[in-house]
Write a protein that binds this ligand. Structure first.
Ligand code: IPD
Length: 283
């Protein structure tokens, strides 16, 4: 599939920013009014969806479909409507209406809307808007990435001992074997030691934090394309690395990633992260 032209990407960015800001208004309205939420669980008892996830996704996909009738669409809450989702090479909007649903339900700051665009299954454009943080992140292939209009640059960190690292205990599994294995990796990271480990609630925000240089690395198993498409291009355009958790090439459909500020840091952290027992992950 041919790449999109600069003019096409400019239009995509403009539309995605407008839509992400609108999604943010929905989220803020709910959070500030302390609204009672209706929520259901999905794949596990802690993998949640609220009526806002559905409402916001509906709004985003309807608007994008109207503006870009020839593009494919993949939204978290409707992704499994026709069986397991599969990306095509066509330009595809990949949308997480509320990334960090659990945080959103608890009125915590770390939730956002993430709108990514992939062509040939690779991220080419991303918009992440967190109304709680009042941060709008954008990134376009070959054009740099920005937070509230200010250019982003990853941290200059090359060594694990000076790094702040984030990982999450994902909602897709809390099997004792997986949680133990992840805690073992966490323990080892603390013993190296890193300066600190964090576990926030939104993959997209943590990826933007790596792009902004306030985290040096973030890794997770179990994430989906809608969690990471926008963040991937935002990091790459800020000079960072997005890899598979094994150190290989990142694949939007592989459900695992490691992001770092530098190849040196990736090499060092991989020696520990590779000990995560992926056979316990039950993807
Ligand atoms: C989740 C968040 C969370 C990550 C999970 C994701 P959701 O997305 O990004 O931080 O740990 O793996 O599924 O379900 O809130 O959109």
């Amino acid at each position: 599939m041919p790449e999109l032209s600069k003019a096409e990407l400019d239009r995509c960015l403009k539309e995605a920013i407008g839509i992400a800001k609108l999604a943010g208004l929905f989220m803020l309205d709910c959070m500030e009014r302390n609204k009672e939420l209706t929520a259901e669980s999905k794949s596990t008892p802690v993998d949640m969806v609220t009526e806002y996830d559905k409402k916001v996704e509906d709004m985003i996909l309807t608007r994008l479909a109207k503006e870009f009738p020839d593009f494919d669409m993949l939204g978290e809450e409707s992704a499994y409507a026709n069986g397991p989702p599969k990306l095509t090479n066509k330009p595809t909007w990949i949308v997480d209406p509320i990334d960090g649903t659990l945080s959103f339900m608890h009125k915590s700051f770390d939730c956002c809307t993430s709108i990514g665009l992939a062509v040939n299954k690779k991220a080419v454009l991303g918009v992440v808007y967190s109304p709680g943080l009042n941060e709008l992140y954008t990134g376009v292939k070959g054009q740099g990435s920005f937070c509230n209009g200010v250019p982003l640059q990853v941290s200059p960190q090359t060594s694990l001992k000076n790094s702040l690292v984030s990982t999450h205990f994902p909602s897709f599994t809390r099997s004792p074997a997986f949680v133990d294995s992840l805690f073992n990796v966490w323990k080892e990271l603390m013993k190296v030691p890193t300066q600190g480990c964090r576990a926030y609630g939104s993959a997209a925000i943590d990826m933007c934090s790596v792009a902004k240089g306030r985290l040096d690395a973030y890794f997770e198993v179990g994430i989906c394309a809608w969690d990471v498409c926008a963040g991937a291009i935002i990091i790459e355009e800020a000079g960072g690395l997005v890899l598979d958790i094994t150190g290989g090439e990142f694949d939007l459909e592989n459900r695992r990633l490691l992001c770092t500020s530098s190849p040196e840091l990736a090499k060092e952290i991989l020696t520990i992260v590779k000990k995560l027992d992926l056979s316990t992950a039950k993807l």
